[in-house]
Structure formats: C-alpha cells, structure tokens
Write a protein that binds this ligand. Structure first.
Ligand code: ME8
Length: 525
C-alpha cells in the first residue's frame, strides 16, 4: 500500500484507553495533550505517525455504573465515547483512530491474542480465590492490602476489594518473570522515567503469581473463544486495543507495519498492566513488544487528588474554553515536568500564560510585526549584513531543533518549552537593546535588519512551538506568510528562511492577556 511504501520512518504512539464509565477529567486531557504534542513533534520531524486512542468499554465497573444510571452498558459507552471524541477536538488533539473495545474488529483481535496465548500452552483452567477491586479491575495479593474503616480491606489505590472465588481461566504469568527481567535489563528505557522502571523491576523480582484472565459472574466483555460462559478479564481485552488499531491479525492490513508500537503513553497508576502483563501476553503470543512505556504523573487540584466524591474533578472543556486551548495546553506541558505529578491552580495558569504567551511571545510578535507593517510597507524586511548580535540570536534559534530532539528522547516536553522560551527571552532582550524604533530615523537599513532577524527568530520559534500551541503558532506562521509545507522542523534549522520583500498580511494579536476581571467571582470554573 502507499502507506507501506512511505520512506519516512514510522512512529506509532498511543494513549491509554479511558474507562467509558465517566466523563473526561483533567487527567485524561493531560494525557491526550501530551501524547498529541509528541505525535505532532514526530510528524513535524519527518515521521509517518499513527496516533491512536480508544475507549475501554467492558468490565464489571462499566456494567455496574450503567445499571446505576439506568442505562445499558452500550448506551453508557456511546455517551462517554462521544464526550471523549469531543474532548479530542476541543483540545486540538485529534487521533488518527479511536478503538472502542466493543467494536467487532476489536473482539476479533482480542480473541486472536487469546488463541495464540492458549496455543503456547499458557492458559489453564483453575480456581484460586483472591481479592478483587472492581474500581481498579485488578486482583491484589493479601500482602498488598491495608485496613480501612470498619476493618474493610483496601487495595493500594484505596479502593475496596471483594473476595472472589470463581472458576476461571489463568495465564501463566509466573513463567515470564525471568524473560521480563531480561527485557528491563537489555532495554533499559522500556519503562521510562527510571523511577517507574525501578518499581516494576522490584515488583517482578518479588515473584509473579499467575493471573486470572476470565470472569463468569457477569457477561459484559469479549467472550472467551470456545467458552461463551466466560468473558475475558478486562485488561486482556483493553491492552489488545493497541494491536486492533493496526488491523491485527490481518498482516496485509494497511497499518500492519505500524506494529510494534513505539510509545504507549500512560499514567503512573497503570504501569503494572503495561510493563508486566502486556509484554508477557505478547511474548506468549509470539508478537513483537512495544518499544517504550512512557509514564506520566498525576495532576492534582492544588495538591489534592481529584475524585468525584471530593467534588474537585476539573472539567477540561471548561478550562480550555475559559483560558483558551493553546493556553491550557501550554500551561500543562510547561508547568508539569513530564513524568512527575503536577498541580493545577487558577493563579498558576494565569501567571504562566500571561508571562510566557501574552507578554514574551505575543508582545514581541505584535510589536515587531506592527513595525514591519508601518515601516517596511507590509513586506518582510530586507536584511543587510548581520552583526554579531544578529548572528548569535539566529544561531540560538536554529539550535532549537537539535536540542528539542535530544530532550524528546526523554520526553522532557517541559525542557523543550523552556529552551524555546529562552530564545524568546533572548529575542526580547535583543529587540529592546537594538532599538529598531530609534534606528528608524538614524539608520533605516539597520532597522530593516533588526526587524528581519526578529521575524526570522519568530518564524523558527513558531515552527518549534507548533506541537504544544498549534493554534497560536499556526497563526504566527500565517502572519509571517510561511507556507503550510514550509513548517517542518527541517525548515527551522536549515538555511532557507523568510523571503525578504514578501508581502505580509496585516498583523493581529495572537495571545490576548488573561484579565482577572474575566474570572468567575468565587473559584476557578
Ligand atoms: O486506567 N492525572 O482508564 P482511566 C493524570 N481503562 N492522569 C490521570 C489521572 C490524573 N489525575 N487520572 C487518570 C484506565 N489518569 C484504563 C486504561 S489502557 C489499555 C486501559 C490517566 O480512565 C490514567 O493513568 O482510569 C490512564 O493513563 C488514563 O488517564 C485513563 O485512565
């Protein structure tokens, strides 16, 4: 197919697939935005990118929530899937595909991986009683539990557990411990950041027990092949979504070559499933393993964990609408060191967005583009010879692509943004000290050079900032008359820059200042 013939290296990236039992919250928005930024980055850097998300629509939690709301599970799943699709659009983070685990293509993929694991002799039937948490959709060891109020037993996540004693199918997870430890050793960045890798290694070193992978006391799931009394454990089903998107098991599918995935982006609470179960299932099914599990931290509302019961779940739609979608994206990606937990607060977002977007970048663009409009006849200025200061600033800007690639190896999105905004700060200092408004009278040719250099740095900054603030960066590139096909990273580091003398559209503000009077009187929206 044309896709397979592509000369560009492929890059397949996924988000976790959210449980379809509740509306999107800021944690989902964060994961979607970060994954989108990485996908956009790779695209702009010459990769053939497949960006996939999905919906985790099966399981006991789903069945219970639907019943509570007087809906059928599929009605609930449809409602939630529509909310998440709208979130992807609202956050400017549209995926290439959304795998819903209730889709027939996904049932086929999940049954195929099951059959392959069975063919390897890794599935057996037994009955081990154990502690199950419906909220986590996971079994826990007695040793992992703690005691809650009234002597109730709690999972490490704080969720209640129930004693489950049912005949089910098991996966021989214990047999994979050595191969998994080998994987973490030979591929040290399989789980990143390292802190999560260390947790996983420690967990596997304590020994793995076999895993119950079917349930027979409810039926909202993918039927076990050959035994319709059982549905698959929801995590076997859910993890397989990553294969579904590539057309698995059809090796001739147009997207088959995207497997193995390059990056699974997930939150820190589900590392065990992705870094232990998933590679073990794939090893058993004789399928290639994903390249990397990239773990992000949790977002808290001023340090408190968000939960529906505490009533502080933050609606990502309201936030994006209130502050602006670029502003919301920029705040999350700049303020939260990727991999660590982060805090959200109204003051933090306003400070960040006003300082970096409205003042530093927005004002510089507005001032320089207005000067060009007035003094250069609305055309890209024609530069003379470059001074040392000109050359230094241009070279700092041209270094951004290389620096970004290096930081992207560690998914350090916040550092990439810090580097870009360091150049924005340099450009502001340059503009202030070169005083083009003074040169306008004393040395108009020098004024043109200063304005050219400033515009050229804005062009490079806008190209490099596209993954994070796609709307504002796109607008700025429009104002600089940069053609859509001239916005790749290659154009931010090469010789080809703005065309002197090219007509520019009239300047317009890109990032309005957030005015406190706009804020609702009590707290954040
Ligand atoms: O775990 N901050 O779904 P989910 C940041 N269906 N990230 C958060 C977060 C927070 N406060 N809360 C949740 C599931 N997340 C499974 C995934 S994948 C085969 C199946 C992250 O809706 C969480 O870590 O509970 C996960 O990566 C994603 O949001 C979906 O969480």
């Amino acid at each position: 197919s044309a896709e397979q013939a592509s000369a560009r290296p492929k890059f397949y990236i996924t988000t976790a697939i959210p449980y379809a039992n509740g509306a999107p919250h800021i944690g989902h928005a964060y994961e979607r935005i970060a994954t989108d930024a990485i996908a956009r980055f790779k695209r702009l850097d010459g990769h053939d990118v497949l960006f996939v998300t999905g919906m985790d629509e099966h399981g006991q939690k789903m069945q219970q929530t639907a019943a509570r709301e007087g809906l059928t599970p599929i009605e609930l799943a449809d409602r939630t899937a529509a909310q998440f699709a709208a979130m992807g659009q609202a956050l400017l983070a549209p995926a290439d595909d959304i795998v819903r685990t209730t889709q027939p293509r996904h049932h086929a993929a999940a049954q195929e991986i099951w059959n392959r694991m069975a063919a390897s002799g890794d599935i057996f039937r037994s009955k081990y009683p154990g502690w199950y948490s419906v909220r986590d959709e996971a079994f826990f060891d007695e040793s992992e539990l703690s005691e809650g109020p009234n002597g109730a037993r709690l999972a490490p996540t704080g969720a209640p557990v129930e004693w489950v004693e049912e005949d089910s199918y098991y996966f021989t997870l214990s047999a994979y411990a050595d191969r998994l430890l080998d994987l973490y050793r030979t591929q040290p960045d399989f789980v990143t950041p390292e802190k999560y890798r260390n947790e996983i290694i420690a967990f596997v070193e304590r020994g793995l027990t076999d895993l119950s992978i079917s349930r027979s006391t409810f039926d909202w799931g993918v039927p076990v092949p050959g035994d319709p009394d059982h549905v698959m454990y929801v995590w076997v089903d859910a993890l397989t979504n990553y294969l579904t998107a590539t057309g698995f098991p059809d090796v001739a599918a147009p997207r088959a070559h995207f497997w193995p995935a390059d990056v699974h982006v997930i939150g820190k609470d589900i590392t065990r499933f992705h870094a232990i179960y998933w590679p073990a299932f794939l090893m058993s099914a004789n399928l290639p393993l994903p390249r990397q599990i990239v773990v992000h931290g949790f977002l808290f509302n001023r340090g408190e964990k968000m939960s529906k019961s505490v009533g502080n779940v933050i609606d990502p739609f309201a936030l994006a609408e209130h502050y602006g979608v670029d502003q919301f994206r920029y705040f999350l990606l700049r303020e939260v060191p990727f991999g660590q937990d982060g805090n959200y607060s109204h003051e933090a977002i306003v400070n960040r967005v006003n300082a970096d977007l409205a003042n530093d970048l927005g004002n510089l663009a507005q001032r320089s583009l207005s000067m060009i409009q007035k003094n250069c006849d609305g055309r890209t200025p024609v530069p003379g010879a470059f001074s040392e200061a000109d050359a230094a600033l241009l070279s700092a800007a041209k270094d951004l692509a290389g620096k970004s690639r290096t930081a992207m190896r560690d998914f350090a999105l916040h550092l990439i943004l810090a580097d870009i905004w360091r150049v924005v700060a340099d450009a502001n200092r340059y503009f202030a000290s070169e005083e083009p408004w003074v040169k306008r009278k004393t040395d108009p040719a020098r004024m043109e050079t200063i304005l050219y250099v400033t515009a050229e740095v804005l062009r490079i900054v806008a190209i490099m900032a596209q993954p994070y603030i796609p709307q504002g960066a796109g607008k700025l590139l429009d104002l600089l008359d940069v053609a859509p096909d001239a916005r790749t990273f290659a154009r931010a580091e090469g010789e080809a820059g703005l065309t002197p003398g090219a007509a520019l559209p009239p300047p317009a503000p890109i990032f309005p200042r957030y005015l406190e009077a706009d804020a609702p009187s009590d707290r954040e929206p």
